[in-house]
Design a protein around this ligand. Structure first.
Ligand SMILES: Cc1cc2nc3c(=O)[nH]c(=O)nc-3n(C[C@H](O)[C@H](O)[C@H](O)COP(=O)(O)O)c2cc1C
Length: 192
């Protein structure tokens, strides 16, 4: 049986597979963000904080990612190819969204719930983009989950940075594939 909503056909499209010259119309981007915004949250906290980088903003982001990687990685562990990728991603994709969650708001909602809610918003975003013919990639290299990145975004210590989501139309001819283990390896039916 197939699914009526394209949950199963969404595939990761990496920045190198995106058409950097084909912009996503702003109105469409706002619709996708609005879909993300309707994710469920415990206590209606809506903990996600999304910073959307487009145009020259992506260059500023790429510069920051490289500087922060250099500043937060012991010199002997810095890998030139990782350094290069931190620049390539934001420049290859037309839109790059830094994802963070307000995970300690001082109320009764747990950090776990706020992280889960933020991930729900991201999944809404990925599926909404896919339904509109736009590819996406949730990427979590360590520097994008480091507190120094949150500070750079202007977020205080109550926030947890959770990586980047790239959005862009796939280049012609890109046919990504993926697999999943059989359902019974992850799901247990308990009927008695
Ligand atoms: C929270 C999260 C973080 C991810 N981080 C990375 C990452 O840092 N690098 C990467 O190559 N893929 C990352 N991915 C994407 C997965 O590699 C991808 O979803 C998986 O291979 C399944 O492929 P599909 O998305 O096409 O179904 C991440 C996915 C999730 C949900």
């Amino acid at each position: 049986m197939s699914s009526p909503f394209p949950y199963r056909t969404r595939r990761t499209i990496k920045p190198a597979q995106m058409d950097a010259g084909r912009d996503i119309p702003h109105d469409l981007l706002v619709e996708i963000l609005e879909d993300a915004h309707w994710a469920p949250t415990h206590g209606l906290t809506q903990p996600w904080r999304l910073h959307v980088f487009t145009g020259e903003g992506r260059v500023r982001l790429a510069d920051a990612l490289q500087s922060l990687y250099a500043a937060t990685t012991p010199a002997a562990e810095i890998q030139p190819e990782k350094m290069a990728k931190l620049r390539e991603g934001p420049l290859q994709a037309p839109i790059c969204i830094a994802v963070a969650g307000l995970t300690d708001s001082g109320g009764k909602i747990s950090r776990l719930d706020e992280l889960c809610a933020t991930a729900c918003a991201v999944q809404n975003l990925l599926l909404s983009a896919h339904q509109r013919g736009i590819g996406s990639f949730w990427s979590t290299p360590p520097v994008t989950c480091h507190e120094a990145f949150a500070r750079w975004l202007g977020l205080d210590q109550r926030h947890t940075p959770m990586g980047l989501v790239y959005l862009g139309y796939a280049k012609a001819g890109v046919v990504p594939s993926s697999t999943r283990v059989p359902l019974d390896q992850r799901v247990t039916f308990c009927s008695a």
